[in-house]
Write a protein that binds this ligand. Sequence first.
Ligand SMILES: Cc1cc2nc3c(=O)[nH]c(=O)nc-3n(C[C@H](O)[C@H](O)[C@H](O)COP(=O)(O)OP(=O)(O)OC[C@H]3O[C@@H](n4cnc5c(N)ncnc54)[C@H](O)[C@@H]3O)c2cc1C
Length: 434
Amino acid sequence: MDVIVIGGGIAGIATAYQLRAAGHRVCVIERHATAAQGATYGHSGVVLPSPLDVWFGPTFMRHRLGAKNGVLRKTGFNRAASSFVRRLNVLHAPTEFSQQYDRLRPLIETAREAMTDIESRFSLEFEQASDLLYLVRGAQEWKLTEPALDLLRQYEIPHQVLSAAQCVELEHAVPAEPDFAGGVRLATERTANCPLFTKLLKLVLDAQGGVQFHFGREVTGLRLESSHAAVELAPRPDEAQRSREVEVIRADAIVIAAGTGSLPLLERHGVRLPLHPLRLHTLVAPIAHEECAPHRTVIDAIKRIAITRMNHRLRIAGAAVLQSAIQTSKPLDPALFEEALALLGQATHDWVPGAAKISAALPWQGVKLLSPDGLPAVGKILHPRLFMNAGHGPAGWGLACGTAKVIAALVSGTTPEVPADTLAALQPERFLPA
Ligand SMILES: Cc1cc2nc3c(=O)[nH]c(=O)nc-3n(C[C@H](O)[C@H](O)[C@H](O)COP(=O)(O)OP(=O)(O)OC[C@H]3O[C@@H](n4cnc5c(N)ncnc54)[C@H](O)[C@@H]3O)c2cc1C
């Protein structure tokens, strides 16, 4: 079959790879000049979503104060944003949290296997490292991590639960004062460079053939018919004056893997999914004092701020700003931007003081799509020839190689590797009225 993939982030490129591996001819359309320029660019490197860092559950957005939970919530009275938060809050309950993680887990395993397969098949090097240390400040928050610790045990994910003193002994960068509740080490879990992997995989596809890339082209509309599907393209900047004819590319199927750009494409067909855009920030700071730099990735498990060493720099990522979708599509208020960066700076100061030169850090912000039940939207939507692979929230790096495999199976008409209840929980149409 001929398949169009809209989006050249990790989800789009991984989907193109799996579709090609399944024998299809693929055409990737990306509005930027190259791959990995959207949310994929801003990764914090953590390959998992472990039970400790999924963006739902007992510890996620528990407090109203951004300084306490790492999410600056500025939704005002926007109904869609408030309803999004209310739906996520349902997953604060330990039972709901565990059930939702149970549904996600097979996808995590598929994703991990698919990434390892690509990595070894093409001998890719993308700054892989292992060893994560999750830290928790307060005793009450530590108690709230219990359901996540239960899941680590249940899934036999190798981990060590550590007292504060043991954390300090293990990771010399973490200060003993002020006291904190404890930490969890996942020594075998990994960090790696997501945009680098995406670009290397694109090069693999270039070398293999069978995948065409159209960079610098924006999809403005979808045409869905019984015999074929097609996308409409915006004119190239130099064409705008010359031609009024809409350029169209036809195929047998279309996969929307366009990150936050997925929603407007569907809305033009009357489909409104309750996925919500969330702005995130990174600081990339030079190492200030080598003797203070962490030897492993340190993660504030409550604020979900990850501090990862990459070469001579620290990459500090998190500080979400939750606003209405309209506000998120506009430039961020400078005061709020400063507040977000201050959260990242503070987390660095708290957990690895002296390690990074924050005053010389390069800031970045990007928007990712989060679903109100924490799981991505992966599967058929609206029409038999239309598929979606988006809404991975904070875990697109960890999940995309797996969701791509699911999509390739669905497009090919074969049975995806994940169990039926996981597949049902991923269906984008789960959000539509029955
Ligand atoms: C700061 C930050 C830290 C993160 N840390 C982690 C982490 O540690 N671990 C993890 O697993 N995940 C992490 N994530 C999440 C992960 O990066 C995202 O889930 C993932 O990159 C999403 O990939 P994507 O391909 O769906 O979206 P994107 O990378 O946004 O790609 C979508 C692409 O579609 C293109 N596009 C959109 N509309 C159109 C259109 N109409 N026509 C043509 N092209 C279009 C866009 O230009 C874009 O390039 C993080 C995200 C951020 C922002």
